[in-house]
Design a protein. Structure first.
Length: 279
């Protein structure tokens, strides 16, 4: 059992908010057509999926990415505004997020905003995933400036309902102040061998599960139940578990990115979580 730093009675458990998927970034639709198609299958418990083209929006609109963006947007519209919005077997209600690489604080503000505008103008994204987000307190003002500007950009567009969603891709627990800078934080990203003994920061108990996401690779099928128990105990409302493992030497997405393809037990984990419920 993983060691938990927060008192047991403060941890969020099963029976609260339903778990759902956050997809850190499937491969290009030409390489992963089945993966993108699964995200709009009725009942898929999708919270959001990240669109990443060459580390950002690319240099021009990609017709294949335009297609998957439109499919996800239409599925969300059906989920939120369909004739039977309470139907538990309706289309998924997930958002499409544009991938912005912060390079641990190394990328210029203007460059990030330019990428964000391209995502909004071309793909009408419903928010942004801020990959390689800094974790230290010293970088917090710069991240707050960025997320404030991104929220304003989304508010000006017609692509993001409810003001859109911003997810900070730390991959570990950041300074607590980051919890007020965005809608959700990725507080774990790594292998199952680390996750099963991972700790949760005590300050996370002050927030609901909808504020945290965990991405774990190398999870054996036989340990799926245990992995989902850990996510619930540690208060994560959004997950992506896969039995795939490995990553390219430079850490970037590619054919060895474990999150670029469907886990081999996709149907099983979808059935364990249950049909999607719109946000």
């Amino acid at each position: 059992m993983p060691y938990l730093t927060a008192p047991a009675d403060t941890l969020r458990t099963a029976g609260g908010e339903q778990l759902g998927f956050g997809v850190p970034g499937y491969a290009h639709p030409l390489l992963a057509p089945a993966e993108w198609a699964e995200l709009v299958r009725p009942g898929t418990p999708l919270h959001w999926a990240v669109l990443n083209i060459a580390g950002g929006p690319g240099t021009r609109p990609d017709p294949h990415c335009l297609d998957v963006a439109g499919r996800l947007r239409n599925a969300r519209e059906r989920a939120l505004h369909g004739e039977e919005p309470d139907d538990s077997v309706r289309a998924c209600g997930g958002r499409l997020l544009g991938h912005l690489d912060l390079a641990h604080g190394g990328r210029p503000f203007d460059e990030l905003i330019a990428d964000a505008r391209s995502f909004v103008d071309w793909y009408r994204v419903g928010g942004f995933y801020l990959a390689r987000c800094p974790t230290e307190r010293a970088e917090l003002p710069a991240v707050r400036r960025l997320t404030g500007t991104l929220h304003a950009l989304l508010a000006e567009s017609d692509s993001a309902d409810d003001g859109g969603r911003l997810v900070l891709g730390h991959g570990t627990h950041p300074h607590p102040g980051y919890a007020e800078a965005a809608d959700q934080l990725v507080t774990f990203q790594g292998p199952w061998t680390d996750y099963r003994w991972s700790q949760v920061a005590e300050w996370t108990a002050d927030y609901p599960p909808s504020r945290f996401a965990h991405f774990v690779h190398g999870v054996p099928r036989t340990h799926l139940d245990e992995a989902m128990r850990i996510a619930r105990w540690q208060g994560a409302g959004t997950i992506f578990f896969t039995d795939r493992g490995g990553r390219s030497a430079d850490g970037r997405s590619g054919q060895t990115d474990p999150f670029a393809a469907l886990p081999r037990y996709w149907d099983e984990i979808v059935s364990r979580i249950g049909p999607g419920i719109s946000e």
